[in-house]
Ligand binder design. Structure first.
Ligand SMILES: C[S@@+](CC[C@H](N)C(=O)[O-])C[C@H]1O[C@@H](n2cnc3c(N)ncnc32)[C@H](O)[C@@H]1O
Length: 250
């Protein structure tokens, strides 16, 4: 996907999250049930008490609060392009020891430069990949994040299983509704406009099958630690992937 189209899609989402930050945050107050399994896995894998955690697309940082409940020494870094959500996250607090926030746009900003020399024991991307425009960008993002894992570190992702549910497919809005306009000929299969909740504001979402996430990971130097399905009414909403890097990080 060309840079201009990716920028347009990222701008649609930036406008949505800036405008609806309070409502969106209110709809994401508690942890996802699937995180309980992650919690047990992190214990089993020996995550250090003072683990460095990077939460990419952190929103209101509910993941940080969930993890810090059991691990108060946790060092949390929340990364998001939405200043309004970061402000909510900071006001909520309860994020372990010396939390930091990075206001970064994954489409327009240089993530490698922004992260500097930081390394992490856990990098999470929950509810994120469907907002990253273009398969090549999703792959590049995962590669950049992997390179930031400390030795033995884990990367955990979710794939929102939009394709599996008629209730999401039925809500897709034609691209003609995009403001400013987007040329549908420049999009990739599975790229859609979806209203939030009962219709308040449109977001760009990529309807990825979990096979796409698995394929992206298979192209990278990782080994699968665990994968499970959880969340939503029948534990079918998200596919989780937890991987570790298989090559020594520089
Ligand atoms: C579906 S929300 C998930 C929030 C959080 N991970 C959670 O589980 O509650 C997606 C998040 O990704 C952020 N986001 C979307 N596009 C982004 C971009 N281009 N750069 C950085 N963050 C982005 C949004 O601002 C939003 O906070």
């Amino acid at each position: 996907m060309d840079d201009n189209t990716a920028r347009q899609l990222a701008d649609i989402n930036a406008a949505f999250y800036a405008r609806r930050a309070a409502d969106f945050s209110a709809s994401r107050e508690g942890p996802w049930p699937g995180w309980r399994r992650l919690h047990g896995l992190l214990d089993a894998e020996g995550l250090p008490a003072a683990a460095r955690v990077l939460d990419v697309g952190c929103g209101n940082a509910r993941l940080g609060r969930f993890l810090a409940e059991a691990r108060p020494a946790l060092r949390y870094s929340g990364l998001d392009s939405c200043g309004e959500l970061i402000a909510i996250a900071q006001a909520e607090g309860r994020l372990g020891t010396a939390p930091e926030f990075l206001e970064i746009d994954l489409v327009g900003d240089d993530l490698t430069a922004a992260l500097g020399a930081r390394r992490f024991d856990l990098i999470a991307g929950f509810g994120l990949l469907h907002h990253v425009p273009g398969r090549a960008r999703r792959r590049a993002l995962l590669a950049t994040l992997l390179a930031r894992l400390a030795p033995g570190g884990l990367m955990a992702l979710t794939c929102w299983r939009l394709v599996a549910f008629a209730r999401f497919r039925d809500k897709i809005v034609p691209w003609e509704a995009a403001q400013p306009p987007v040329d549908p000929g420049r999009l990739e299969p599975g790229d859609h406009l979806l209203p939030f909740g009962d219709g308040g504001g449109l977001r760009y979402v990529h309807f990825a099958h979990e096979d796409e996430t698995a394929e992206l990971l298979a192209e990278l130097p990782v080994e699968r630690v665990a994968s499970w399905r959880a969340d939503g009414q029948n534990d079918e909403l998200n596919q989780y992937f937890v991987v570790r890097a298989t090559r020594p990080r520089p």
